[in-house]
Design a protein around this ligand. Structure first.
Ligand code: COA
Length: 343
């Protein structure tokens, strides 16, 4: 393997089939206790991350109740760590569980496992409890990490609020593991701009006509840089096989009286539309917005854009007003519908 991009772009993530054997060496990375693995393995749902058809990462979750799932085991082969594979795998698992209406996902981590504690918190988990002396039973091996005697277990939880769970979930059939949702980075400026220009050619539902997008790559880079630094703005990308196929920009208010509110622009390339990608972009953005404690998300949509209006309403957006004849599209006046969602 040469670089992180090489491995993550050729990575595929999928649910393990019921009759497929589990790769024990991978399981032992997440949980060195073979006996305990035997105890839960058959009861878990397992996701596999594969690189060139070789399993390089695994995550197993156990359903504890109708609402609660627990991560029992998660591991990435040592030679594939620090390349974003664990994050992609965990995001896929969390997206799927949320889509299946999970209320929360929990995980127990050794108090001495600093990397794991950081990893889960970066993915929205919060610490909820410490079980003292969890790892000090007679059958437990003494383990020292970072010079710390590993005795206690920290419990972390990723919970979704009711307002997120009430939203229509993404159909599981729409979960193409090959499509990933991620935050735009500076290096995405050129491909993102080219994708926006293609979209301007494909649809009259965006604001700009073909050829009207004057932004250059440096300006797009500045915009991404601004979004990366801003607390209430962000750009989410849908990507397949290294190609940007959709985007969702959230631009937050810039003064104290409207910082709680953000405006959305969204687009998915025509050939990928209607496959749940717009919904996935929104789910990811809304979770982020809630984590950032934004209170209001707003957008405008042409009154003739039935698909857009259906999607936004199903996500909880309400019609707040109509801007009569706001646009002139192909020589016809079109109304703009103002929609808003309070989080
Ligand atoms: C609007 C857009 C962002 C939606 O993204 P998407 O990936 O196509 O949307 P999804 O597949 O997640 O969801 C589409 C929903 O609309 C429904 N739909 C499709 N065509 C429809 C129509 N003509 N009337 C009503 N609903 C329709 C689908 O059934 C689906 O709903 P469901 O999940 O309840 O079954 C995307 O199609 C797009 O970029 N269109 C062109 C540009 C655009 O309109 N941008 C938004 C400007 S406000």
């Amino acid at each position: 393997m040469e670089s992180s991009n090489d491995s993550s772009s050729a990575l595929s993530i999928r649910l393990r089939q019921a009759d497929e054997p589990l790769p024990l060496p991978l399981l032992l990375i997440g949980d060195p206790d073979r006996m305990s693995i035997e105890f839960y393995a058959d009861h878990c749902r397992w996701w596999l991350a594969e690189y060139e058809n070789r399993p390089v990462g695994i995550c197993g979750v156990l359903q504890r109740s109708q609402e609660e799932w627990e991560i029992m085991n998660m591991g990435v082969l040592p030679e594939y760590t620090a390349q974003g594979i664990g994050s992609q795998l965990l995001n896929e698992v969390l997206d799927s569980l949320r889509a299946a209406n999970a209320g929360k996902v929990t995980v127990g981590v050794r108090s001495s496992s600093a990397d794991a504690l950081v990893f889960y918190q970066k993915h929205g988990f919060r610490m909820t409890a410490v079980e003292c002396n969890y790892f000090t039973g007679p059958e437990q091996e003494l383990r020292i990490e970072h010079g710390i005697h590993s005795r206690d277990r920290v419990l972390l939880e990723r919970a979704w609020s009711d307002s997120i769970r009430r939203r229509k979930p993404v159909a599981l059939s729409h979960f193409h593991a090959s499509v990933s949702i991620r935050i735009a980075q500076i290096r995405d400026a050129g491909p993102l701009l080219r994708m926006k220009k293609r979209l301007d050619e494909q649809t009259s539902y965006m604001l700009l006509e073909p050829g009207e997008r004057t932004m250059n790559e440096a300006e797009q880079r500045d915009m991404i840089r601004y979004a990366l630094r801003s607390a209430n703005s962000n750009i989410f990308l849908a990507e397949q096989d290294g190609q940007i196929i959709g985007y969702l920009e959230v631009m937050g208010g810039k003064v104290s009286r409207n910082r709680h509110s953000a405006y959305i622009v969204v687009g998915v390339l025509q050939e990928y539309a209607n496959r749940g990608i717009g919904r996935r972009l929104f789910h990811t953005m809304l979770q982020w917005a809630q984590d950032r404690e934004l209170h209001r998300i707003e957008l405008t949509v042409q009154s003739v854009n039935d698909r857009g209006i259906h999607l936004y309403r199903s996500l909880g957006f309400r019609i707040e007003g109509i801007q009569k004849n706001a646009l002139l599209v192909d020589n016809k006046y079109v109304d703009l519908i103002q929609m808003g969602l309070l989080l």
